[in-house]
Design a protein around this ligand. Structure first.
Ligand SMILES: [Zn+2]
Length: 213
């Protein structure tokens, strides 16, 4: 009599393990990550993965809201840290509103993931009800930008976020910018041209930021 119940629990366990593994591996390696690797990490066969989720798309659908949420949180921490740093360093100019930050986030989620762009966009829009309002931010000098990046990275780390996410953010931002050909309604992109210098500097400051935790 206990056999059916046992089977059901095993099935639930494998689904939970597959979701956890997919969350971790899709986050790290992108949505094109190997399904074999996910199955292996979950301790099940690839057949079980297909049996439980049908296809890659099915598995992605099961975890994408959580992945998008993680990314948005990290992105929000990066951009807000940077903007707060401009304010505390008295750089002047107008700070971005939270709505602008989230608008930026929605647009950037899909950068570098062209095949699955609509999924990211949809997940972000659902989670945050992103609008299309465009705010205004005045550009700062290059020196002020560096300072805001540096201080923002430290703020972000102190707030409990992984400062590596800031590097990923600017890398995605660079890809997004390239995709858009520099033509965008996003004020943050217009006022924050991204380049390798910015990314290299952030990498250099990572150990200092990590020590703030
Ligand atoms: Zn700035």
């Amino acid at each position: 009599m206990t056999a059916p119940k046992r089977l059901r629990r095993d099935a639930q366990d494998s689904v939970a393990r597959l979701r956890a593994a997919a969350l971790e591996i899709f986050r790290t390696n992108g949505l094109d990550a190997s399904l074999y690797e996910i199955a292996r990490a979950a301790g099940v066969s690839i057949g079980t993965l297909y049996h439980r989720f049908g296809t890659r798309e099915g598995l992605i659908d099961a975890v994408i809201p959580e992945i998008a949420d993680c990314r948005l949180q990290a992105l929000r921490a990066t951009v807000l840290g940077h903007e707060i740093a401009h304010a505390t360093a008295h750089h002047g100019g107008e700070r971005m509103s939270e709505a602008m930050v989230m608008q930026t986030g929605g647009s950037l989620l899909g950068a570098g993931l062209s095949k699955t762009d609509p999924k990211w966009q949809a997940a972000a829009s659902t989670a945050y009800g992103l609008g299309t309002q465009v705010g205004r931010e005045l550009p700062h000098s290059r020196a002020q930008e560096s300072e805001a990046d540096h201080i923002g990275l430290i703020y972000m780390s102190r707030a409990g976020y992984d400062p590596e996410e800031a590097v990923k953010f600017w890398q995605r931002f660079k890809e997004y910018s390239a995709q858009q050909g520099g033509d965008t309604t996003l004020s943050f992109l217009r006022t924050h041209p991204t380049d390798d210098v910015r990314i290299e500097q952030l990498k250099k400051w990572l150990p200092e930021a990590k020590a703030q935790k």
